[in-house]
Design a protein around this ligand. Structure first.
Ligand code: CP
Length: 323
């Protein structure tokens, strides 16, 4: 593996999941693999889970991890080629990234979309420019359109539950449901979850959302899509809850915020006693109810804790392939 930007960078999802679970069983088994190697974790946007879990993963492999909150503490970066930098940006990525490529052995970057211009966001210019100019492997810590470390974690967590709970069918029904939110959020977690569940191919996958919240079909093709949430939830073994803003028509908007779409115990009763997932952070009693988050079906803490093993498996693959 050279870069980790999407599921397309993974040769074999099953093997990567197995590797992650082997690190969960024995976190320090490769504690010398990254000795004398350094990873730069660049955050253009806020984070809790991604920042901490990736640092821990790097340290478990013996790497030094340096966090740089570029968005708050760095020079404002320019990403457009041939830009006339007379505005607010101070340093071009083609000047900054090669320097980072000398300081670090792996560069990991979090960027968010603007949600103003769909073509710009979906071009993934920021992450592509770092790949072009850094000269070292690049890991996405969430980009404008995808969140691959989160999605790998989600597939790991589903496999872990399937291995431990015989009552769940080996080919589970997985439902991704839209949920209300107070502000427009990126589509990246939903895009990425769809892409990974489709690529994993071991589930009956249903996506449900209100009208006008269709996601990009390049990620959802293969899933059954319905606007009827109750119908979608029937017999579900896993329910993945996430808000996203509009992709089609007026990009990055909230069209409806119907609170009836929030998952409650009454809705959960339609499922096959489904495990409930969310990437976090979550707006309680807007996006997900207290009764679900504090109830026995929520696996959000197990899911978030698995972020370490996903990151460790990916960094391990990159170290072995490139150093
Ligand atoms: N799920 C996730 O990426 O969390 P953070 O934004 O806190 O990193």
């Amino acid at each position: 593996m050279r870069n980790f930007i999407s599921v397309q960078d993974v040769d074999n999802i099953k093997d990567l999941v197995a590797k992650a679970l082997s690190y969960k069983a024995d976190p320090l088994k490769d504690k010398s693999l990254g000795a004398h190697k350094r990873i730069g974790l660049l955050f253009l946007n806020p984070s809790m889970r991604t920042r901490l879990s990736t640092q821990i993963a790097a340290q478990n492999l013996g790497m030094e991890a340096i966090v740089f909150n570029v968005g708050q503490e760095g020079w404002a970066l320019e990403f457009e080629e041939e830009a006339i930098m007379s505005g607010s940006t101070v340093e071009h990525v083609k000047d900054a990234a090669p320097i980072m490529g000398k300081y670090f052995d792996i560069l990991a970057i979090r960027t968010f979309p603007s949600l103003k211009n769909r073509e710009d966001d979906y071009s993934e210019l920021f992450i592509k420019q770092f790949i072009k100019y850094a000269g070292i492997p690049v890991v996405s810590l969430e980009s404008a359109t995808l969140h691959p470390l989160q999605s790998l974690t989600d597939v790991i967590t589903i496999n872990e539950i399937l291995a431990s709970q015989q009552a769940i069918p080996k080919r589970p029904k997985i439902v991704l449901t839209w949920a209300p939110h107070v502000k427009p959020l990126p589509q990246c977690v939903a895009n990425s979850f769809s892409q990974w569940i489709n690529a994993w191919g071991q589930a009956d996958f249903v996506i449900t959302h209100p009208e006008d919240y269709e996601l990009d079909t390049q990620f959802t093709n293969g899933a059954t899509i319905t606007h009827n949430q109750d119908e979608a939830l029937k017999g579900a073994d896993f329910v993945y809850v996430k808000n996203w803003s509009t992709f089609n028509n007026e990009y990055g908007r909230i069209y409806t915020n119907d609170p009836a779409w929030m998952l409650t115990n009454q809705k959960l009763a339609l499922t096959n006693n489904a495990k409930v997932m969310h990437c976090l952070p979550v707006r309680r009693n807007v996006e997900l109810s207290d009764e679900i988050l504090d109830g026995p079906n929520s696996i959000v803490t197990q899911e978030a804790s698995n972020r370490v093993w996903a990151a460790q498996a990916v960094l391990s693959e990159i170290l072995k392939a490139n150093y």
